[in-house]
Design a binder for this molecule. Structure first.
Ligand SMILES: Cc1cc2nc3c(=O)[nH]c(=O)nc-3n(C[C@H](O)[C@H](O)[C@H](O)COP(=O)(O)O)c2cc1C
Length: 381
């Protein structure tokens, strides 16, 4: 199987599975508890159908949107994800380069493996920084400061990780950062020598956003322990209101799911919210972002940019979310599997397929501009 054989999400997923050692594939592919929310995220899009209009003259399609002050050529963006250089040695560089080519925003995680400033210098496309609030408030201030200095366009605070999700695939596989090799996992790595060679031949694994401030004792900490031990479970609306003031720019909360919280985000001066359950990786049994869209857009959509992520595998999923009032839609595994499968060429191909699906979908819907997508285009079953 080659990259040119990948025509959709499942194809990229299969190719990624062939290339990645088991613990890494399962870190991307896995989710919390019984993974019900993970599955639900994609299934939610099947709850409704698109109702097209015809004979509208759809020669030229404009897919651009403006969200959180950023003009994007596509209504999708690459949501921030951790540890990208573990999946392919080019990591964040590959994602940022492909996002730039398609004129869209990419996110850099607090657990990113390339420095914010380096990415800012190399790519002009809008960049958001995904922030975690640590127990050490001095560290939080320093991190905000360096993001500001780097010239980040949007601050994105993740609020659904107040404690670590129960990711049983990671527990079974012994996945941790940095990687700790046990006899069982060693075998998983040994049978993927190409990945191992690439990993060893390139720049040492780093987490530049954290390394100045956090020492990872004993050389290894699990993702669950990072969330549980280092992040601040006391984080509350007051603290975040202070951060929003200090940042004084585009500030968005990722992981808001209730109308009440959406209203509070408006009250403290946020400019955006992402309805998200972290790709099903945190609270299993929670609702999907897509399912929550309509009521949150109705409550606050005229005062704040509402986005969503989770389960997006097709252009038509994006069209459904936009029809309900989302300003833009985040992609996670949609670009991570291609990254793992083929680096920058993989992400490029995945975004190219997404753009083609969106253009085709818009034409078939009888729309030339994203703003023409409305709830009139949708029927729930
Ligand atoms: C491997 C992986 C790592 C992630 N790392 C982060 C992260 O560091 N910070 C964050 O806010 N979200 C993180 N996410 C969540 C994504 O930003 C996004 O919300 C989620 O992947 C969307 O669901 P999808 O993968 O079904 O598209 C991660 C997701 C995955 C799959």
């Amino acid at each position: 199987m080659r990259l040119s054989d990948c025509h959709n999400f499942q194809d990229f997923r299969r190719l990624a599975q062939r290339r990645l050692p088991g613990p890494l594939f399962n870190y991307i592919d896995g989710a919390a508890d019984d993974e019900i929310t993970y599955r639900r995220n994609t299934d939610a899009f099947e709850r409704c159908d698109l109702v097209p209009n015809v004979l509208r003259g759809v020669k030229d399609i404009d897919l651009s949107v403006t969200v959180m002050g950023q003009k994007l050529a596509l209504p999708v963006y690459c949501s921030p994800t951790a540890l990208q250089r573990l999946f392919h040695h080019t990591g964040e560089h590959a994602v940022a380069a492909a996002a730039s080519r398609y004129g869209t925003l990419f996110g850099v995680s607090s657990l990113g493996t390339v420095s914010l400033a380096e990415l800012r210098k190399a790519y002009a496309t809008p960049q958001c920084y995904q922030f975690y609030v640590h127990k050490d408030h001095g560290l939080n201030r320093a991190m905000l400061q360096s993001a500001k200095q780097a010239g980040v366009d949007v601050m994105m605070l993740t609020v659904d990780t107040i404690t670590g999700g129960n990711r049983e695939r990671d527990l079974r596989m012994g996945f941790s950062i940095p990687m700790r090799l046990t006899p069982a996992s060693m075998l998983q790595f040994a049978i993927k020598p190409r990945w191992a060679l690439d990993y060893l031949r390139h720049e040492l694994f780093r987490m530049p956003q954290l390394e100045e401030h956090i020492s990872i004792e004993g050389g290894s900490i699990s993702i669950g322990r990072y969330f549980s031990e280092m992040l601040d479970p006391g984080m509350d609306w007051n603290y975040v209101a202070g951060m929003v003031k200090e940042w004084s720019g585009q500030f968005c909360l990722k992981g808001v799911m209730s109308v009440e919280d959406a209203r509070r985000a408006v009250d403290i001066g946020c400019t955006g919210i992402v309805l998200s359950n972290h790709g099903g990786r945190q609270l299993d049994g929670s609702r999907s972002g897509f399912d929550q869209l309509a009521e949150i857009v109705d409550a606050v959509g005229d005062r704040i940019d509402v986005m969503m992520d989770g389960g997006v595998q097709r252009g038509t999923h994006v069209l459904k979310a936009l029809s309900l009032g989302a300003k833009a839609v985040g992609l996670g595994r949609y670009y991570l599997f291609p990254l793992a499968a083929a680096g920058e060429a993989g992400v490029d191909r995945a975004l190219g397929l997404m753009r083609a699906e969106l253009q085709r979908g818009m034409k078939l819907m009888g729309c030339t501009q994203i703003s023409q997508l409305t709830r009139g285009n949708l029927r729930f079953r």
